[in-house]
Design a protein. Structure first.
Length: 580
């Protein structure tokens, strides 16, 4: 859908709304009496019908703690719209719990849900002639899916995060879901008893909210601020904190003002906005999934973002936050000292942000930082934030590796400075399940290289996250001395020498499909290399008969096997932005 030209209020009917607002098509004129009758059945009155119609896209569900409270969050946003002179209309969409589906065949639905969320919100906004949006996200794929919908419609939109869960407490220390996943491996390795794991399980997730570390949900929520889709300071308030509901009300108010100003995503989303988002991602050690989602969002926005840009920005942007999964602290710790604006402010002062990039507020990033005036990292004196001049790591956390095993790129997050070179013979698995079985049986040894294929966007389909496998490796004490690579994905909670998004994927004949047990694989993070000791001729020879059948021939998974693009381009399905 194309953006509509703004109009002055007097362009509308004398007693109605401006003609350029899409909702005027269903609320204005004698011929729309039946349409208004439908709205009146839901309690809307004349004042509502003459006001901008702002949709509240709400993926509330009892399927995940990330989303279980979102009806309350949506209610606050609804009130903000109503009290600011808008006509709020709430509607629902789906969610998939990544944590609950993790390690099962159901995890294939996760990335597909990103596309379905974007499609469904776009459809409702288009079909019901909505003027603006507040899009709410809880679990991981909600965030990019919601923002992609806003980009496609180009309606004035504010993104609203549902907030993260508080850490649990076990054995005198804070714990999160990451500790439980790694605890499963510790039990298998004899390092923890089943009774201890049971006790941890019962305390790790004490209430509503998304997983607490700088995993995918919190990474994408933080990025929404850097992109300009959400007001600064809105990502960090916990799910069950009063501040979360103040943020929600403010999002509703801001959506109305954005509609009135005709301020759309295309007005503030630029290459500079995406570079700001990447700078934040690499500075806080954010999830590798953000690479995929930012590429997808940029594609939807028509912004020419190349995967190599992540390397360029990581090279000049230090890592300044030591948060889970690499560190011990969680999103609430960042919130208590000022939230994401603290990091953005530090990057800005160091000249590492495009300060003149616009935001949904109509102000620039610099103007919003000046308004908030966040504390400097040096003044905070905390052990999990470091000044840009004296960072925890000189380079940002995200690297894109290439080589004859990943000609179009592969993604790794660096959680430490050591063990950045790894070479060894590979043990190849055709999908996640046999790899998980191999690890759980205690077969992993120091120096091993594990390759998992047929888990890409099309081959899976859906690029399953493999937190179970990586947690099993880490839980057995091999996070730093065993390498794992795949054409699938990793959870934001993954740590260690784990490389995902290998492209091209095995299903389409990428070099990863040519691997055999015993091939020598080299991983060199400093040289940005992922390669196998094979000639191009040998790789092509092994691929001559490669013609796999799709994993599914019916239903939604078959459809997305057909429609997904390469991970190197964000694994998008929108036919308008597909490219080779």
């Amino acid at each position: 859908m194309s953006k509509q030209e703004p109009a002055s209020p007097e362009d509308g009917d004398a007693d109605g709304k401006p003609d350029d607002l899409p909702s005027s098509e269903v609320t204005e004129g004698v011929e729309r009496a039946p349409h208004r009758a439908m709205f009146r059945a839901m309690g809307y009155d004349d004042e509502d019908l003459s006001s901008p119609m702002v949709g509240v896209a709400n993926p509330a569900a009892d399927i995940t703690p990330c989303n279980v409270h979102l009806d309350d969050v949506a209610e606050s946003a609804y009130e903000g719209i109503d009290e600011t002179g808008g006509m709020p209309v709430e509607f629902g969409t789906i969610t998939i719990s990544d944590a609950i589906s993790m390690g099962t065949e159901g995890m294939k639905a996760s990335l597909i849900s990103r596309e379905m969320i974007a499609d469904s919100v776009e459809l409702v906004a288009f079909g019901e002639r909505i003027d603006g949006l507040v899009t709410i996200g809880g679990c991981d794929k909600n965030m990019p899916g919601m923002m992609m919908a806003s980009i496609r419609t180009d309606l004035p939109s504010v993104f609203l995060y549902g907030g993260s869960i508080m850490p649990g407490e076990h054995d005198g220390r804070e714990v999160t879901i990451q500790n439980v996943f790694e605890g499963v491996a510790a039990v298998a390795d004899g390092e923890m008893t089943e009774a201890e794991l049971d006790e941890m399980e019962r305390h790790a997730c004490p209430g509503a909210g998304s997983c607490g570390g700088m995993f995918t949900a919190n990474t994408m929520a933080s990025i929404s601020e850097a992109l300009g889709f959400a007001p600064l300071g809105s990502a960090s308030p916990p799910a069950e904190d009063d501040a979360r509901y103040e943020v929600a009300q403010r999002a509703g108010e801001l959506a109305v003002s954005a509609v009135e100003a005709r301020r759309s995503p295309s007005d503030f989303l630029t290459l500079e906005s995406f570079e700001n988002a990447i700078a934040l991602q690499v500075a806080v050690g954010g999830s590798t999934n953000a690479v995929l989602h930012l590429l997808a969002m940029a594609a939807e926005a028509g912004v020419d973002l190349d995967i190599e840009t992540f390397n360029e920005i990581s090279a000049r942007t230090p890592k300044v936050a030591d948060l889970q999964p690499g560190g011990e602290r969680v999103m609430n710790d960042l919130h208590e000292v000022g939230g994401v604006p603290v990091v953005l402010g530090a990057l800005s002062e160091a000249g590492l942000l495009h300060d003149d990039a616009l935001t949904v507020t109509g102000n620039t990033v610099r103007e919003e930082l000046d308004r908030i005036d966040p504390p400097t990292i040096a003044d905070l004196d905390v052990d999990y934030l470091y000044p840009v001049a004296d960072p925890i790591h000189e380079r940002g956390a995200i690297r894109i590796l290439t080589g004859n095993l990943a000609p179009d790129g592969a993604v790794i997050k660096i959680t430490g400075e050591d063990h950045l070179h790894h070479e060894g013979t590979v043990r190849v698995f055709e999908n996640e399940e046999p790899a998980m079985e191999y690890v759980q049986e205690g077969n992993v040894q120091t120096g091993d290289v594990i390759g998992i294929r047929n888990e890409g966007p099309q081959g899976g389909p859906g690029m399953r996250e493999m937190l179970g496998v990586t947690s099993a490796v880490a839980g057995q004490g091999h996070a730093d001395d065993v390498a794992l690579f795949t054409d699938g994905r990793f959870s934001g909670a993954t740590r260690g020498l784990s490389i995902g998004h290998v492209a091209p994927e095995a299903y389409v004949g990428g070099p990863i499909a040519a691997l055999e047990d015993g091939d020598v694989v080299t991983i060199d993070v400093d040289d940005l290399e992922l390669s196998v000791d094979l000639s191009d001729e040998e790789i092509q020879s092994r691929l001559e008969d490669h013609d796999p059948d799709p994993a599914y021939d019916n239903g939604v998974l078959a459809k997305y096997c057909r429609d997904f693009g390469s991970a190197a381009n964000g694994a998008v399905t929108n036919p308008g932005v597909q490219w080779d």
